[in-house]
Design a binder for this molecule. Structure first.
Ligand SMILES: [Zn+2]
Length: 375
């Protein structure tokens, strides 16, 4: 039986090379986990997601509890079996989306009562219910139920929100059913305030988790404040456990966070952008809808090995998007996930070689050049 664990393999400054072991296989870190909100990484076959090098994907508790229902997924063998994803799955706690999507929500000490945004049905999400749902989904990595503190928040608001999350973290730990290969992560809150982050990290360490997430960032504070918060928050977390920055982000956000000691990331950006004609490339973001691509026989990114770049031209991708053909979002999503995985692979290689700062400088300099010149 695989034990859930984290092995720190090398460091380069604060950047870390490691491996997380789970019941459904390993995850090499730093890692980017594509988001599979409703039991699918939108527009991608699971084997295509795996072909990019992605090892772990995300599932969303809020969406799956409402449709098709956690009990149903459980009866059908869990989320891996249901969606045919063989690797590790991380599920969020539902806390973030219940506050951003649900109707008529009411938060109390007990949890959050709300109505489904799909059919108006009434639900109560508590730390105990969130642990139960994530267990039914068979998540390799379960996230503690918390409140994502909004930005901006006064110190008083951030403290009150963080204290509630810490009480919910304790209840999450007590409700989590421990089994080999499965882990539970706590989530540090406290907004942009040093003392609150320290208090939160300390409270979570006392409870004891298999990994530690940094929540409440990438909510509008901007990259500078996010990096400042990471500068003091990451060192507060145990070195021997994985660190996960939730909902981040742009490639430059991820690289900056890796340099500050973060191991795991997720974001809808590569998949959502793929459905809105945005392609991430080594020379920055490209809008394939733009007419400048209509006669361009060159690939989107000449250094990318994905099918969109290996087999098709910018002109064809542009045509698919203008014609609203389904293949357009499919190819661009594949490319964007491949690009993110290539960035992570580059970071892992650079940390192993002790040159992660050079890698970061080169990457950002190439991005800053902007897209290749029009033909
Ligand atoms: Zn590509």
């Amino acid at each position: 039986m695989t034990q859930f664990g984290f092995e720190l393999l090398a460091t380069d400054g604060a950047a870390r090379l490691g491996r997380v072991d789970t019941a459904h296989g390993p995850m090499d870190t730093p890692a980017f986990m594509p988001v599979g909100t409703a039991g699918t990484v939108k527009a991608m076959m699971p084997e295509s997601v795996a072909a990019t090098g992605a090892q772990t994907i995300l599932g969303n508790t809020y969406h799956l509890m409402l449709r098709p229902g956690a009990e149903r997924v459980g009866q059908l063998g869990g989320l891996h079996e249901f969606m045919q994803w063989k690797g590790p799955i991380l599920t969020d706690s539902g806390g973030f989306q219940v506050m951003s999507l649900a109707k008529l929500r009411k938060m109390t000490e007990e949890g959050v009562a709300f109505q489904s945004h799909i059919d108006g049905s009434k639900h109560l999400l508590t730390p105990e219910r969130s642990m139960r749902i994530q267990h039914l989904l068979d998540a390799d990595i379960t996230m503690a139920f918390d409140e994502c503190t909004p930005f901006p928040a006064t110190p008083e608001q951030a403290a009150q929100s963080m204290h509630l999350s810490m009480r919910w973290a304790k209840r999450s730990k007590e409700a989590f059913v421990s089994r080999p290969g499965y882990g539970l992560f706590g989530i540090v809150q406290g907004g942009i305030y040093h003392d609150l982050r320290a208090e939160s990290a300390c409270a979570l360490r006392d409870i004891g988790f298999d990994g530690y997430a940094i929540g409440g960032l990438a909510v509008g504070e901007g990259q500078d404040l996010m990096f400042q918060t990471l500068d003091f928050t990451a060192p507060m977390l145990p070195a021997e456990r994985p660190r996960y920055l939730m909902g981040v982000g742009k490639p430059s956000d991820i690289i900056g966070a890796v340099l500050r000691g973060v191991d795991m990331f997720d974001c809808v950006m590569p998949t959502r952008s793929g459905r809105t004609a945005q392609g991430f490339t080594r020379r920055g973001t490209v809008n394939l809808r733009n007419a400048r691509h209509q006669d361009d026989a060159r690939p989107l990114d000449a250094d990318c090995a994905c099918p969109a770049c290996r087999q098709y031209s910018r002109a064809y991708l542009h045509h698919l998007i203008r014609s609203e053909e389904i293949l357009g979002p499919m190819l661009l999503t594949w490319h964007n996930i491949q690009f993110y995985q290539d960035v992570m692979k580059g970071l892992r290689g650079a940390i192993a070689a002790g040159r992660v700062h050079d890698f970061a400088d080169d990457f950002l300099a190439t991005q800053a050049q902007g897209d290749i010149e029009p033909i």
